[in-house]
Ligand binder design. Structure first.
Ligand code: 13P
Length: 254
């Protein structure tokens, strides 16, 4: 049984004071969780706050991006070792917003995955199709290309230290969630694709679902056999909503 991981992706939201309140709220409400792993991926400026406020709790800290390079003259970038220095465990790589607005592709995402693992971080690799691609029947080839393009560059063994998040682009921030059956089908497809290369890595691989996961739909999504957690955007900005999703994971893991 894979331990569920519920990770919040705050995206570019919050202020010093709201971040502090949210971190404190998540810590206060997650004390009783023992079967579900909880993480919050905060904006860079709040990493220090996260490191301080999560200390002594079981809530893990994460970031939302890192540089393709390990250090040096790359103005405005943040390295994996800097994230590790602030106590990060996780870093999101290849989120669809970064693919769409910042031109990330399999080549740069593969570099980021390597930089992350070199720094002792666990990357959360995001994949997912647009509505247009789904309607054109291209969902599987799109997901396959997103996975294969990375596997070709970093090797299947690297997936022993990576989490995958399936995030259908049409479900992100739209309130339109994939049905549990739709999500399960893609999760099974992803696991099968990895299994064709390495069965034991595929068996242990956690595949999170992301896209309008909320307290009201989390339990039925998390109950699917190949859904091992959630990557939560909007609902992670409310401690109560985020903790309700964590509790759904905890109850299913029980
Ligand atoms: P929402 O939960 O707001 O749809 O965002 C999902 C997401 O993009 C998490 O990375």
């Amino acid at each position: 049984m894979r331990q569920p991981l519920i990770a919040g992706n705050w995206k570019m939201n919050g202020s010093k004071s709201s971040a502090e309140a949210l971190l404190n709220g998540v810590v206060a409400g997650s004390g009783g969780l023992s079967k579900t792993e909880v993480a919050v991926c905060v904006p860079f400026p709040y990493l220090h706050l996260g490191e301080q406020l999560l200390a002594g709790s079981s809530v893990r800290l994460g970031a939302q991006n890192l540089c393709t390079e390990s250090g040096g003259a790359f103005t405005g970038e943040v390295s994996g070792s800097m994230l590790a220095d602030f106590g990060c465990r996780y870093v999101i790589c290849g989120h669809s917003e970064r693919r769409e607005y910042y031109g990330e592709n399999e080549a740069s995402i593969a570099q980021k995955l390597t930089r992350a693992t070199e720094s002792g971080l666990t990357p959360i690799l995001c994949v997912g199709e647009t509505l247009q691609q789904r309607e054109a029947g291209e969902m599987e080839p799109v997901i396959a290309a997103q996975i294969d393009g990375v596997v070709e560059r970093i090797g299947i063994e690297a997936f022993a230290g990576i989490e995958i998040a399936y995030e259908p682009v049409w479900a992100i921030g739209t309130g339109k969630t994939a049905t549990p059956e739709q999500a399960q089908a893609v999760h099974a497809y992803i696991r099968g694709r990895i299994a064709a290369l390495n069965g034991s890595i595929a068996e242990k691989l956690r595949i999170l679902y992301g896209g309008s996961m909320k307290p009201g739909n989390a339990a039925e999504l998390l109950a699917q056999p190949d859904i091992d957690g959630g990557l939560i955007g909007g609902a992670s900005l409310s401690a109560d909503d985020f903790l309700a999703i964590c509790l759904a994971g905890e109850q299913l893991a029980a």
